[in-house]
Design a protein around this ligand. Structure first.
Ligand code: PXP
Length: 240
């Protein structure tokens, strides 16, 4: 299983003072040197963290997997095609949200993705991953569209208020992962993952190809340093 580190919040910290540091590209380099398989960034319409020049610099400097997370707007599709990352993860994006709040509603986006979005990626070699809640109907429609991978939204699992709710969500993730795998798509997972809940997820959910982790990892690195924190995640993943 691969660890992809989301470096958005290194840019959040940089932007808080309008200085050139900390540099998300330098952060990406440290993560890769520590053993991360790749880097994720979310270029939002409002550019609240990652900026266009970061994308260009990440493309040149990241050696492993580059995952471009974005909303499927015309603007973002244009930048993504120019950037040519390994993977494009499509997410819903709300202007007021603090972070991505849930998976795509496939019934809602299906026709638009089929007619406008997916044709633009055809024959580009960029893998398309859709960020979904573990709903069988959403997974079925993603498969029908020809998605290469699904990133399962783990936020409800991570933030469940009770043990029962956590277990219930974990079961949904297990079922969702099995459906994705059976349909021949790769299984990714992300949102709200940390050193505490990741071992449970990895132990219970089969077929995971990669996890995408940002906020908790970057936060922990303030105390431990980025290299040590990435290594802690990796050794935890190795142990499971
Ligand atoms: N995956 C997706 C699709 C996301 O939108 C995010 C948040 O940017 C993450 C993973 C990482 O979530 P977190 O920052 O909670 O680790």
């Amino acid at each position: 299983m691969r660890l992809l580190v989301n470096i958005d919040h290194i840019a959040t910290l940089r932007n808080a003072r309008g200085e050139g540091y900390p540099d998300p590209v330098e952060g990406a380099r440290v993560c890769e040197e520590a053993g991360a398989a790749g880097i994720v960034f979310h270029l939002r319409g409002d550019r609240r963290h990652i900026r266009d020049e970061d994308v260009r610099n990440l493309k040149v400097n990241v050696n492993g997997i580059l995952d471009f997370e974005m909303a499927a707007t015309e603007e973002m599709i244009g930048i993504c095609l120019e950037t040519d990352p390994h993977l494009c993860t499509l997410v819903p994006e709300g202007r007021e949200e603090l972070t991505t709040e849930g998976g795509l509603n496939m019934e809602y986006v299906f026709d638009d993705y089929k007619n406008r979005v997916f044709p633009k990626f055809k024959e580009t070699g960029i893998e398309i991953s859709l960020f979904l809640d573990p709903n069988p109907r959403d997974i079925e429609l993603a498969h029908k569209l020809g998605a290469d991978a699904i990133e399962l939204h783990t936020g409800n699992f991570a933030n469940a208020a009770s043990k029962e709710a956590k277990l219930k969500e974990l079961k949904r993730l297990v079922k969702g992962s099995e459906l994705i795998h059976e349909a021949g798509m790769a299984v990714n997972a992300g949102h709200g993952l940390n050193l505490e809940n990741l071992p449970i997820l990895i132990k219970e959910v089969p077929h995971l190809r990669e996890v995408s982790i940002g906020h908790a990892l970057i936060s922990q690195s303030i105390y431990w340093g980025l290299e040590k924190t990435v290594k802690a995640y990796l050794s935890l993943m190795d142990a499971e």
